[in-house]
Design a protein around this ligand. Structure first.
Ligand SMILES: *[C@@H]1O[C@H](CO)[C@@H](O)[C@H](O)[C@H]1NC(C)=O
Ligand SMILES: *[C@@H]1O[C@H](CO)[C@@H](O)[C@H](O)[C@H]1NC(C)=O
Ligand SMILES: *[C@@H]1O[C@H](CO)[C@@H](O)[C@H](O)[C@H]1NC(C)=O
Ligand SMILES: *[C@@H]1O[C@H](CO)[C@@H](O)[C@H](O)[C@H]1NC(C)=O
Ligand SMILES: *[C@@H]1O[C@H](CO)[C@@H](O)[C@H](O)[C@H]1NC(C)=O
Ligand SMILES: *[C@@H]1O[C@H](CO)[C@@H](O)[C@H](O)[C@H]1NC(C)=O
Ligand SMILES: *[C@@H]1O[C@H](CO)[C@@H](O)[C@H](O)[C@H]1NC(C)=O
Ligand SMILES: *[C@@H]1O[C@H](CO)[C@@H](O)[C@H](O)[C@H]1NC(C)=O
Ligand SMILES: *[C@@H]1O[C@H](CO)[C@@H](O)[C@H](O)[C@H]1NC(C)=O
Ligand SMILES: *[C@@H]1O[C@H](CO)[C@@H](O)[C@H](O)[C@H]1NC(C)=O
Ligand SMILES: *[C@@H]1O[C@H](CO)[C@@H](O)[C@H](O)[C@H]1NC(C)=O
Length: 610
């Protein structure tokens, strides 16, 4: 590892031409692999089907210690609604609606999310240039999560970040102090939502914020995420010369529903299914490979009965062409129901067959709804998901992935606007998750229905941004929501007689959770079953919002009220331990549980604060 003085010499000694949009100088050697799209379009409108949205704000170059030449790494960008507006009918810009799609002010204020990915096998340096030519100074940025302690340097107005190589993927956000957006609510009552003062033509506009409009969250207006991944393991890269392989032609995707191949390969390039089609795979296909530099617009449905199913490779699967909640059974129009709208990942497991779905590498962009659901014998499906990212989760209901029994999730980034880390099944391990959370639902969710679940570990969750717009948006780091009731417009949190007292959630640990910035509460648990031996340990919340009436909203309060079944029998809560919970630099004790921790639970429950 280099010392500080050699960093300065390295950075100062290199003259670098700024990449222009359609030129590129990439690298693919044993130390570093970057890629580019010649079809990059810089626009805030919808892009052409065969183009990729390119960041209008950032360019990135990467080098490693071997040859010290900087190479371009394409910077992708996603904008709320993908430049299509809030439309109901695919490709029909006149079909706008005011019905909620989960986006309130994000489009109006011009929010964006940019990201770049590359593969490496030795320490790398990332050079960040701002395309508006704003100069970056040593005190004008922050890298989150802040506990990565990355070594940085600035020179000639650009930022240089050292990304160590340790065989794991490194994921982080680069944020500029002059680009932070302050989300305010329109009033300090529990049901208010965001207002904005930057776009008079947009919704929820106010001329100025006043003292009744609390600060809810601070988030980059233009996020920039850097994803550095180790090279792909050979076992996860198909042999493209094998005779069971289909190599998809660039452009409009066709033939995937009729192919007899087992493996479908997307090489570098741009592919699209259109807003009214998707990757409805024939029954022979059990492996999809998205090569680094492949950008595939579509959604995937497997029809294989194979016991081993794969989705690998560091390319992108993007839902950007679809309308919100696009329903394939209804011409891919918006349909405000839960069953039929498109999932980005879907499949059906044959009854009684233990099935494994291996996911390594892909970046999922702009899901139009729940990102993944499987059907059939879900109890027999395990997901092994590593080095996975979900970006551009601006729409509502953009949940994270399901963790079916026996699943392992590791090294994940989620930008999501609903339940993010879902633990609805037993024997699940989820670790190293980086989260940027939009307005709806808790980060970790285990409720909505009574469950018998056990042996669950969720460890090392770094929340770099979270924001909830109201007390009714199910705020919190850990949540068990009351019974899911699609007919209800509220959270039905008030009906306390919905539990099943014959069911138990037990032997669960939620550990090493950090929430940077203003956070929601530690937990809102409406126990729909008995809880036994549940430990929440090593949690740090940087702060609960407190200025201009935020404290009146109730957003930071944790609840675990008594619940009963419909005959009035109480649930039991035994061995519920909250250990080493810090708010700012104060450790929460039994004495300060309600003041510092904002924790409230039913007195009949066996809760230990230690
Ligand atoms: C990158 O290099 C690897 C190893 O030589 C090769 O298999 C792969 O096809 C190359 N990719 C591109 C996009 O050139
Ligand atoms: C790059 O080239 C493509 C195709 O020639 C064009 O559509 C696109 O607008 C260009 N992008 C930029 C940023 O100039
Ligand atoms: C930034 O600087 C480059 C190189 O001098 C110039 O080509 C470009 O137009 C500038 N961009 C802006 C937004 O000023
Ligand atoms: C970053 O520094 C902090 C404080 O010294 C330390 O606790 C933490 O482990 C470091 N993180 C890494 C990834 O080394
Ligand atoms: C395959 O999908 C295309 C649309 O992409 C459709 O027109 C065709 O009918 C489908 N074929 C079969 C056999 O389902
Ligand atoms: C997807 O493929 C399945 C199996 O071939 C077929 O039953 C279904 O109708 C297809 N879906 C659509 C929306 O075309
Ligand atoms: C609460 O839920 C229980 C159990 O589902 C149901 O029987 C009861 O009618 C509900 N009460 C209200 C007020 O909705
Ligand atoms: C949990 O298991 C118990 C005992 O087998 C059973 O009575 C109960 O119905 C189960 N709960 C659920 C939600 O399936
Ligand atoms: C409590 O749960 C943990 C896992 O979270 C497990 O390791 C431990 O054995 C359980 N304790 C008892 C007494 O079952
Ligand atoms: C916030 O919502 C919870 C229900 O989830 C409720 O118990 C609490 O009273 C609410 N707080 C305020 C201030 O309305
Ligand atoms: C159920 O819980 C409530 C709240 O703690 C308590 O007042 C009541 O006595 C309990 N009922 C029984 C039968 O234990």
């Amino acid at each position: 590892m280099w010392g500080l003085s050699s960093i300065v010499i390295l950075v100062a000694g290199i003259a670098i031409a700024h990449a222009t949009s359609n030129s590129s100088n990439t690298i693919n050697n044993s130390k570093l692999h970057t890629w580019w799209h010649n079809s990059g379009e810089i626009t805030r409108s919808a892009v052409q089907p065969a183009s990729v949205r390119q960041s209008d704000l950032y360019s990135i170059q990467v080098t490693n210690s071997v040859d010290q030449t900087y190479y371009d790494s394409f910077v992708y960008q996603t904008i709320p609604r993908n430049g299509q507006g809030n439309i109901l009918i695919p490709n029909d810009p006149s079909s706008t609606t005011t019905a909620s799609d989960g986006i309130t002010i994000e489009e109006a204020i011009g929010m964006t999310m940019s990201w770049t990915s590359f593969l490496y096998s030795a320490d790398a340096w990332v050079k960040v240039h701002r395309l508006d030519n704003s100069s970056i100074e040593s005190d004008s940025f922050v890298i989150r999560p802040t506990n990565l302690n990355l070594t940085t340097s600035v020179a000639n107005g650009d930022l240089f970040i050292q990304v160590p190589y340790d065989g794991q993927s490194w994921k982080f956000s680069v944020e500029f102090n002059d680009n932070l957006y302050e989300f305010h609510d329109g009033c300090s009552s529990p049901s208010c939502s965001y207002v904005q003062n930057t776009n008079p033509n947009g919704p929820y506009y106010v001329d100025d914020y006043d003292d009744s409009m609390p600060l809810m969250a601070v988030e980059p207006l233009d996020s920039l995420l850097i994803f550095a991944s180790p090279f792909e393991d050979e076992s996860l890269v198909p042999d493209e010369t094998a005779d069971n392989v289909l190599i998809v032609e660039e452009g409009r995707i066709s033939g995937l529903n009729t192919t007899r191949a087992n493996t479908v390969i997307f090489k570098p390039g741009v592919y699209y299914a259109t807003a009214t089609d998707y990757l409805n795979l024939s029954a022979s296909v059990d492996w999809l490979y998205f090569a680094p530099g492949a950008y595939v617009k579509g959604a995937v449905e497997y029809h294989t009965t194979s016991a081993l199913i794969k989705a690998t490779g560091h390319g992108v699967l993007s839902g950007e062409q679809y309308v919100y909640q696009a329903d394939p059974t209804d011409g891919f129009q918006n349909h405000n129901v839960n069953g039929s709208p498109l999932r980005m990942w879907k499949g059906t497991v044959p009854f009684g067959q233990q099935t494994t779905w291996v996911v390594n590498g892909p970046t999922l962009n702009s899901p139009p709804f729940n990102s993944m659901d499987w059907y059939g014998d879900m109890a027999s499906l395990s997901v092994l998901c590593t080095d996975y990212r979900q970006v551009g989760g601006f729409f509502g209901q953009t949940d994270g992935m399901e963790a079916y029994p026996g699943s392992v999730y590791q090294d994940i980034f989620y930008h999501s606007n609903d339940d993010t880390i879902k633990v609805y099944y037993s024997d699940v391990t989820i670790s190293n998750v980086l989260v940027q959370k939009a307005s709806t639902a808790p980060v970790i969710q285990f409720g909505w229905a009574s469950r018998n679940i056990s042996n669950i570990q969720v460890d090392n969750v770094n929340i770099i941004h979270s924001r909830w717009n109201s007390n009714g948006s199910n705020p919190g780091l850990i949540g068990s929501n009351n019974v899911y009731d699609p007919s209800s417009t509220s959270t039905s949190a008030m009906n306390s007689s919905t539990a099943n007292t014959y069911s138990t959630a037990q032997d669960i640990t939620f550990s090493n959770i950090r929430a940077e910035g203003i956070s929601g509460p530690l937990m809102r648990i409406y126990a729909l079953e008995n809880l036994n031996n549940i430990t929440i340990s090593n949690v740090w919340i940087e702060e609960f919002g407190s200025c201009d009436g935020y404290e009146n909203l109730g957003i930071s309060e944790s609840f675990m009220p008594m619940m009963t079944d419909d005959s009035g029998n109480n649930v039991t809560v035994d061995g519920f331990v909250i250990s080493n919970f810090m708010v700012g630099d104060e450790k929460v004790t039994l004495d300060t549980a309600s003041t510092v921790g904002q924790l409230y639970w039913d007195a009949a429950f066996d809760v230990t604060i230690q």
